[in-house]
Ligand binder design. Structure first.
Ligand code: SF4
Length: 234
């Protein structure tokens, strides 16, 4: 599996768990505001990390670590994902998978085989705005909706999250997205933060904490999801 980033220990990426995190190469989206341009554009081999190094670290620190976060890029594009997860699970580790939801077949297989313990899926925008927000000419909307349905009804811990950007999202989009994930355990509205590694240079703008709070309140009135939280720059 192509691994381009490795955090040996993080308390931020897997809710309520101490975990390691890896970042896989490749993505089938080109979100203009993506912070992981190096991973997405596949323009360098210099950070490739051998998966045996990751497994060895998990084995060595399994008294402290509770799980592994597999992020990207889009991890479900990695051919070696399933055998790699099998090695991680064999150590007794939990696995959290971050995904853009474009590969429901892979998600279904992982869920059915109990190979993931937490799934975090990005919801980019209202379906009609998905292509511009994901930076691609067209998307398979059915796959996005199928992934959402699988995750919501999986019985495993999960979250959906959206990076909210003024140039892409209006209040009605945010309410639409909450409706798309009806029944979900958690929805995180992530405040956009500029980065030098962005795929496009923008300019893009973030909503203030107060504005984000009004979006949160608007969603809560509909009772689509169990929990709405803001992740932000504060
Ligand atoms: S933000 Fe978009 S382009 Fe970047 S890794 Fe996620 S889905 Fe891919």
């Amino acid at each position: 599996m192509k691994i381009m980033g490795f955090y040996k220990s993080t308390m931020l990426d897997y809710p309520d768990h101490i975990a390691s995190a890896i970042f896989t190469r490749q993505c089938n989206y080109r979100c203009p505001y993506c912070h992981n341009g190096d991973l997405v554009l596949e323009n360098s081999d210099q950070w490739d990390i051998d998966e045996t190094q990751v497994i060895a670290h998990l084995e060595k620190r399994k008294d402290i670590l509770e799980g592994l976060v597999i992020s990207g890029g889009e991890p479900t594009l990695s051919k070696g994902l399933v055998p790699f997860i099998e090695k991680v699970k064999a150590l007794g580790m939990k696995v959290k998978l971050d995904t853009n939801g474009t590969n429901p077949e892979m998600l279904q297989s992982l869920i059915e085989k109990n190979q993931v313990d937490y799934i975090a899926m990005d919801v980019k925008n209202s379906l009609d705005k998905y292509p511009e927000t994901a930076g691609v000419s067209s998307i398979d909307k059915a796959n996005i909706l199928k992934s959402i349905d699988l995750i919501v009804h999986s019985g495993i811990d999960h979250e959906f999250r959206t990076t909210i950007i003024k140039e892409f999202h209006e209040k009605h989009d945010i309410i639409n997205m909450a409706g798309m994930i009806k029944g979900a355990k958690a929805y995180y509205l992530q405040q956009y933060e500029p980065s030098e590694k962005m795929l496009a240079k923008g300019p893009f703008h973030f909503y203030t904490v107060e504005e984000m709070a009004t979006f949160k309140s608007a969603i809560e009135q509909y009772h689509y999801v169990s929990k709405v939280e803001i992740r932000g720059r504060f």
